[in-house]
Design a protein around this ligand. Sequence first.
Ligand SMILES: Cc1ncc(COP(=O)(O)O)c(C=O)c1O
Length: 453
Amino acid sequence: MATTRAIHLQTEIPGPKSQAILERKQQVVADPLSIYLPVVVAEGRGSTLTDVDGNTFVDFAGGVGCLNVGHSHPHVVEAVQEQAGRFLHTDFTMVPYEIYVTLAERLLAVAPFSGPAKAAFFNAGTEAVENAVKFARAYTRRPAIIAFDGAFHGRTLMSLTLTSKTHPYKAGLGPFAPEVYRVPFPNAYRGISAEAALEALERAFTTQVARETVAAIILEPVQGEGGFIVPPKEFVQGIREICDREGIVMIVDEVQTGFGRTGKMFAIEHFGVEPDLMPVAKSIAAGLPLSGVLGKAEIMDAPGDSAIGGTYVGNPVAQAAALAVLDVFEDEGLVDRAERIGETVRGRMISWQEGHPARPGSGDEGAGPGARLPGDRGGSPARPAPAEGRRPFQLHPGALPARDHGFRARRGPRRLGRGARDRSRVAVSAAPAFYARARTALRVLRCPDGHAR
Ligand SMILES: Cc1ncc(COP(=O)(O)O)c(C=O)c1O
């Protein structure tokens, strides 16, 4: 069985214990909760997961972008245990607690707002997006929201309406929320320039929605689900200018790009613009459910009394984890580390072009680059087939790939691209901590015979 210093496989994958649990799951868990990686976890440590059969994998999925400090970081575990021993819940608006205020102070201290800013906390990323829309509508007293092709903002009513992809997220689940309008996102690979995308947005004010009725424009500073698309700087700056000109709130969805993933604390910092509102979630609390909206104080203060809230929002145990995550970021210099690791990964990906039909992501930032691989069914002009003498990509069986990027775990070596649905990029975007194993990661990503070197 395959072994590296990080990976240890001692059964077929999935092993017998995993299989038995997954068979029980079939009987009692709703089918839409389909499993991408058929190994049942027993323990997570740093960048590795060990399953119930005793197999240890490098975890490329990272809880879908939630584990930028790695699995069960000791400082986070200690903070969670300490808070759980004191109290679990009061509902902050019924009986407030200090940790909520402290977390708001610490997050705002690292967030890219030059003037007065405030925070509100929720549970999931989708709630942060829903509430960002509420803040924007209350502030502007306007109804309409503009979102982009390829966007992903969540799976509840407003956020699902803002999400672009029909299958698997939207088909059959409408009707969706009214007053959402969609325009193209720049994408060099598909021939959409920043200029063309900005022109389309300006045209939409004539053909789709009156400019004076638009409350917010929402964008991901790097589209994740849309294919790890980094927009040109002039596009993001152009959106800022349009928002300023038209009195529109600029919502920058940092749910996935936040917390060091791109080599800055927040991805918007790469573009030299300041957002008005910023939904954050995922890696904020190392896997505990916590999200928030950070934003300019006058916008955050706009909704009426009790118009924002919820029984469980801003749970103190999750907030204790979030404070510990901020400590780990400072103590271990994770933002700088993400930048360095991004350089290593990007350099290696570029070298793959020599022997393989892969394209590195252009302009990818920090520890979140992607590579475009054959199997892309997105209608791209260039869809390279493996040339004579070129080896297909294979993934080591001990690498658990990121779900968002379309690979189903199978037995034995997996060929990248073939298992993909309609997704065109493979992510090696993972936790900075994960990249303590960066060398192993690169080896398992490019492992022609399915065995580690
Ligand atoms: C950019 C973005 N926004 C919002 C969400 C929704 O977050 P959640 O799944 O926590 O509701 C996601 C989730 O992947 C996301 O990537």
